[in-house]
Design a protein around this ligand. Structure first.
Ligand code: SF4
Ligand code: SF4
Length: 460
């Protein structure tokens, strides 16, 4: 969905939508332990025995509306699931034909496809390369780490199949990025994971996702503090409470989650390795995005941006939801067969959803020196209290703060080396200038004191 009312394009205000389309819903050929989407099959009450597959009419309506709702030089479609490749190659050939049918002249149409890779073959990869799809491949690191949670329906690891997909993607020169879940195990092995992705997978772009799910996530929507949502029923614990540690006997989060501390440590270890050896050679999404915020730009990632609500999610029925992480009945905005996407993107409820991200910040976040880079992170993870007892702090807060404060000096150094301004942080241009002015003032004052009260006679 939208919200970018940027400069002009084609003589009109430019307009951009983003929808994560799930034409196969939550259906998947494998069974990853921490998939937050598999449970949607029950939650959204897909009719028993019906395949959750977007029908041709809804698909065409979607593609037409998505194109008509935008005024921008490039329109980007994102396809996700479940596992979208289960729809078969013909389904995606149809998608490309429909896009061509509605493509306005002079406008580029691009596609992203998120996949577990297990169904990719030569034919698929030829298609993806020919049509310039950007593939997001889920892979959690070396074999043991990947196979712990990314298993097939028989409980066996999928590592070998995913590595075959890596080979095929390289062989056909398909553009791809890796998506790696940082869970209770991968978080303990940051360098093994990073070096494997860099040296073995040769990942052109790395995305790391912190795995955080409350035990209620299969049935309850995350609460947005102050916006009247009531999906979450469990008590909010204070930062530092042992019951927030994954694996604790009374933990409120799933055992496979990453802890706040482990998240910070993971980022720090990977950042140091990247900063030492790989800047300019390896693209790590969080680091590149953070560097932009130190320069004073908006964070391109919704989770670390000031407001959100810019990425709708759509189910096979055409039902549209506030966000991929809020596909719960109470966050449904409408259906594309009854309302236009354009209309839903500007829906008042959706706007409020997006602005609630900044309006519901705790005072700890409002005063935080790294607010510019974090903005309280994703509302989905704001289910703890501050140590003072205020509701709605982010579960990952301690980890984010540890990482930002660790990376602060290096990011300033990197930016200066690239001759970019440093707008934020303890080593920003203004902080350095203030320190310089203070030092000059102190020297001047010392000199004045010295000249008015010389320590020894200068004339005899
Ligand atoms: S709720 Fe989280 S994931 Fe969804 S749009 Fe907002 S920040 Fe992004
Ligand atoms: S680091 Fe913590 S206190 Fe600072 S903005 Fe992020 S969540 Fe809020």
């Amino acid at each position: 969905m939208i919200l970018t009312q940027g400069p002009q394009f084609n003589g009109k205000a430019s307009k951009r939508l983003h929808v994560m389309a799930k034409p196969i819903g939550a259906a998947c050929n494998i069974d990853c332990t921490y998939c937050y989407y598999l449970s949607k099959q029950d939650l959204l009450e897909y009719k028993k025995g019906c395949s959750p597959r977007m029908d041709d009419e809804t698909l065409e309506t979607y593609i037409r509306q998505y194109i008509e709702g935008q005024n921008t030089p490039e329109i980007i479609f994102s396809w996700q699931g479940g596992e979208p490749t289960m729809l078969g190659l013909e389904y995606f050939e149809k998608i490309v034909l429909l896009q061509k049918k509605y493509q306005p002249s002079g406008i580029k149409i691009s596609n992203d496809l998120q996949t577990n890779g297990t169904l990719l073959n030569d034919e698929w990869c030829e298609f993806l390369a020919t049509n310039s799809f950007l593939v997001g491949l889920s892979i959690d690191g070396p074999e043991l780490l990947h196979n712990t949670y990314r298993t097939n329906k028989a409980g066996r690891g999928t590592f070998n199949q995913v590595m075959q997909a890596v080979e095929l993607l390289h062989k056909h020169s398909v553009k791809f990025a890796t998506l790696t879940c940082v869970n209770n195990l991968t978080s303990q092995n940051p360098l093994e994971v990073y070096r494997f992705l860099r040296d073995v997978v040769k990942s052109p772009q790395m995305q790391f996702i912190p795995i955080v799910e409350q035990k209620t996530f299969r049935t309850d929507a995350p609460q947005i503090v102050g916006e009247g949502q009531t999906g979450q029923t469990n008590e909010q614990l204070r930062q530092g409470d042992k019951r927030l540690i994954p694996g604790h006997k009374d933990s409120v989060v799933e055992s496979w989650c990453v802890s706040d501390e482990a998240w910070g440590n993971f980022l720090i270890a990977v950042f140091d390795e990247w900063a030492r050896h790989d800047i300019g050679k390896v693209f790590v999404q969080y680091f590149e995005a953070s560097i932009e915020t130190w320069m004073g730009r908006q964070n391109p990632l919704c989770t670390l941006g000031e407001v959100c609500g810019k990425g709708l999610a759509m189910e096979p029925t055409g039902d549209v939801f506030a966000c991929d992480h809020y596909v719960y009945p109470e966050f449904k905005i409408g259906n594309i067969n009854q309302r236009s996407l354009d209309d839903m993107a500007f829906d008042k409820k959706q706007q409020e959803f997006g602005f609630a991200k900044s309006r519901s910040l705790t005072s700890q976040c409002q005063k935080c020196e790294y607010r510019f880079a974090c903005h309280g992170e994703c509302p989905k993870n704001r289910f703890i209290r501050t140590r003072d007892g205020e509701l709605g702090l982010n579960y990952l807060c301690a980890g984010w703060k540890k990482f930002f404060s660790h990376a602060d000096r290096s990011i300033a150094y990197i930016l200066r080396a690239m001759k970019h301004p440093v707008k934020h942080g303890k080593y920003s241009d203004s902080e350095l200038q203030a320190a310089r002015e203070k030092a000059i003032a102190e020297r001047a004052s010392l000199a004045q004191n010295t000249s008015t009260a010389p320590a020894y006679p200068t004339k005899f």
